[in-house]
Design a protein around this ligand. Structure first.
Ligand code: SAM
Length: 325
């Protein structure tokens, strides 16, 4: 007789990692409610605006979202949208709807996350017409696949998979017509840090091995060896959430090295303080007027402990290595 699997420590660890999905989306929901940026779709994934977040958190999320969007949009322009985007550990991210809104859709936009998160996301899409309407508009036949575990349409696909199981990941992506010949952008926003350095290296290696023309944009912690970094690790640990990949978050160089030693031709990285200082300054001036910020130093420290690292390989010579801030 089949017996139920015992509940293990690794289940608890994965559950804590999955919970970070809600943290990210509630913070984004709050920041948008304050006017940091516009996202008409996040309300359908996170109903309540939730508890107040400190201004430095909101500014940090502003830099994160604008920094990631900047490189994503640059890649779409460079490839003239003749490309694919794969968002790894996408959680409840709403980028598909943003791209549809600005008419900058890749040939196909993929998302991967744990099955439990994917099931929630698909349920929301199914039951909220403003979300499903946009999806149906981009689909040409009646073959829309919409079950509890995956969603597949012409232009948008959501897959439940564990990023540490590369065989399973590859199988599912191919099943949903991931085309390894097309230039492809991989995004990971606060995701790789929850995997061991070995697991994340294998993942970025697999991408480099599988695609001849690709870019990878990763946002996560950096400079974690100092006291501020240690406190960040301890705070998460208290919620049973281990940053298994913290070693790679030691410096900008260690972030770049993960790519350079795993098949990528070029890699660059900037800490978020630098990104914040080079994002369009008229919009920065606007958001700095939204809320009074007492603790400028705290904002600086926070921004210095996150980074964006991007890597490329470019057999088609599209000029991907020129993409930057
Ligand atoms: C901090 S959240 C970020 C969500 C989204 N990228 C964002 O920034 O709004 C991390 C996400 O990565 C997912 N994740 C972490 N490890 C994963 C793994 N091994 N396989 C699939 N998803 C994973 C979590 O479930 C969660 O949704």
């Amino acid at each position: 007789m089949a017996s139920r699997q015992p509940f293990t420590d690794s289940d608890t660890a994965d559950e804590a990692v999955r919970a970070t999905c809600d943290d990210a989306s509630t913070c984004k929901r709050f920041a948008t409610s304050k006017g940091y940026w516009t996202d008409p779709y996040i309300q359908y994934f996170v109903r309540q605006t939730g508890e107040r977040k400190a201004p430095e958190i909101n500014r940090g999320y502003y830099a994160r979202v604008h920094g990631m969007n900047h490189l994503l949009d640059a890649f779409l322009k460079k490839t003239e949208c003749n490309c694919q985007v794969v968002n790894l550990g996408a959680g409840l991210d709403t980028t598909f709807w943003r791209l549809k809104g600005i008419n900058m859709m890749p040939k196909k936009y993929f998302e991967v996350d744990f099955s439990m998160i994917v099931a929630r996301k698909i349920h929301n899409i199914k039951t909220k017409p403003p979300l499903s309407k946009q999806l149906i508009e981009t689909h040409s036949t009646d073959s829309l696949l919409f079950d509890g575990h995956s969603l597949d349409s012409d232009r948008y696909c959501i897959i439940g998979a564990d990023l540490r199981d590369l065989r399973g990941l590859e199988e599912k992506l191919k099943k949903f017509q991931l085309n390894t010949e097309l230039p492809t952008l991989f995004l990971s926003e606060c995701v790789l840090v929850y995997m061991t350095p070995e697991q994340s290296s294998k993942l970025v290696h697999w991408v480099a091995d599988t695609f001849h023309t690709a870019m990878f944009v990763n946002y996560e912690q950096v400079n974690m060896g100092d006291r501020f970094g240690q406190v960040m690790v301890e705070n998460l640990q208290r919620r049973q959430c281990t940053l298994a990949g913290v070693e790679v978050c030691c410096s900008l160089d260690s972030q770049k090295e993960r790519f350079l030693s795993n098949g990528w031709e070029n890699a660059d990285a900037l800490d978020m303080m630098t990104v914040y200082s080079i994002l369009p300054q008229d919009d920065i001036a606007r958001i700095e007027h939204l809320e009074f910020l007492d603790e400028k130093e705290l904002l600086q420290q926070l921004l210095q402990h996150y980074c964006i690292c991007w890597a490329s390989k470019d057999k088609l010579r599209l000029g991907l290595s020129q993409l930057a801030f």
